[in-house]
Design a protein around this ligand. Structure first.
Ligand SMILES: Nc1ncnc2c1ncn2[C@@H]1O[C@H](COP(=O)(O)OP(=O)(O)OP(=O)(O)O)[C@@H](O)[C@H]1O
Ligand SMILES: [Mg+2]
Length: 356
């Protein structure tokens, strides 16, 4: 039979966001009550962000709920006056880490990378969501071959659409196909804010956010709403202009989020006949960026007609052709990104590691 000691030991695997010690060691756990089916935990915290409180509550529920004997977990969190976290206006409920995928220019494969990164993380057994935050050109409905419908939960919130193991949400689920999205400026932001607040993500390790292209107002206002753990910039070799990346870094600096890696998309071309790969635009661009900003190119994704065809068909490549070499390439990308995220440690929430 499970003892309070067992429960305490398991709680000592949990850290509070932004701290290094576990919650038992740090003295935050005041009381554990266990009657053989229901466990009650009282925690008292120093001042922390609302996100830290919420993540901690989720962590305790999930960790103790994993014991078969535990039927019910009650968590009471005292203390911890709310402080604003990471410059963001509010938290996304049910999300541990937000990863932003951005690009200085449109059409460089940002949505393709975001979707395949999300699928790669999910194939490692992590719980992953994908938010298509590109209000003017939502592409998630096409990439995943779904237009919802989005259902409303009993608490009047929006339930993400589940497909291919991911939790999906897109502005595209709410507009007619082919209909032009005519929202502008402040109207868009108030709608997006409402939309972000209303989605009920279900216990995600990672939420991958496909940002609107560019480094202007549209992506920046979104970033000010969401706390970002780390960002990925997608470029094509032609556009690996230092000025682009500089603008991207500056945008993320404004919201205190690190750019952890660069993905060079459409970087190589493999001849379909002789299978030799060619660098269409050389590789100096990425090396230059790495020298100048210390941000590594964590993946170079070749130009591949099958990737495009899969995206257009509504069945992403890992679903359509799981053995395709690019599926492995995206898994390596995901792994490198997590390594960079763990090293940057801005959130304090342990980053899951992928073990090969
Ligand atoms: N490595 C690749 N090989 C072949 N085609 C690709 C590759 N990456 C992306 N594409 C294709 O290029 C087009 C643009 O990609 P995608 O929609 O992902 O770009 P984006 O940066 O999100 O664009 P937007 O700025 O419009 O949101 C799509 O048709 C996609 O399938
Ligand atoms: Mg896109």
């Amino acid at each position: 039979m499970l003892s309070i000691g067992d429960l305490r030991e398991r709680l000592s695997e949990i850290r509070l966001l932004g701290t290094k010690q576990n919650i038992v060691e740090a003295g935050f756990v005041q009381r554990i009550d266990w009657d053989g089916s229901r466990v009650e935990v009282d925690v008292v915290l120093p001042p922390v962000s609302a996100q830290a409180r919420q993540v901690l509550e989720q962590d305790i529920r999930r960790t103790l709920g994993a014991f078969a004997e535990v039927r019910d977990v009650q968590v009471r969190i005292g203390g911890g006056d709310r402080v604003k976290g990471q410059g963001s206006e509010f938290i996304l409920s049910g999300v541990r880490h937000v990863i932003a995928v951005a690009s200085a220019k449109g059409g460089v494969g940002k949505s393709t990378v975001a979707a395949n990164l999300a699928l790669a993380l999910s194939s490692e057994g992590l719980r992953v969501g994908l938010l298509d935050a590109d209000v003017y050109g939502p592409s998630l409905p096409l990439l995943f071959g779904t237009r919802g419908p989005v259902t409303v939960t009993s608490t009047q919130r929006l339930a993400p659409v589940e497909k291919f193991g991911l939790q999906l949400m897109s502005v595209g689920f709410f507009v007619e196909e082919e209909a032009p999205v005519i929202w502008r400026g402040p109207v868009v932001m108030s709608l997006v804010r409402q939309f972000l607040r209303d989605v009920e993500w279900h216990d995600l390790d990672f939420l991958v956010v496909d940002l609107p292209p560019g480094t202007g107002d549209a992506p920046l206002s979104l970033l000010q709403l969401i706390p970002i753990a780390g960002a990925l910039m997608v470029t094509t070799p032609q556009s690996v202009a230092v000025s682009d990346v500089e603008r991207g870094i500056a945008m993320f600096q404004r919201v205190q989020a690190p750019v952890l890696g660069i993905v060079e998309n459409m970087a190589l071309y493999e001849c379909p006949h002789c299978h030799t790969t060619e660098e269409l635009f050389g590789s100096e661009g990425g090396q230059r960026l790495e020298r100048q900003f210390g941000i590594p190119v964590i993946a170079r994704i070749p130009l591949d007609p099958q990737l495009r065809a899969a995206s257009d068909s509504g069945e992403p490549l890992p679903v359509q052709t799981p053995g395709h070499p690019l599926v492995t390439a995206f898994r390596t990308l995901a792994q490198r990104f997590l390594e960079r995220l763990a090293a940057s440690d801005v959130t304090g929430v342990p980053i899951p590691t992928i073990i090969n």
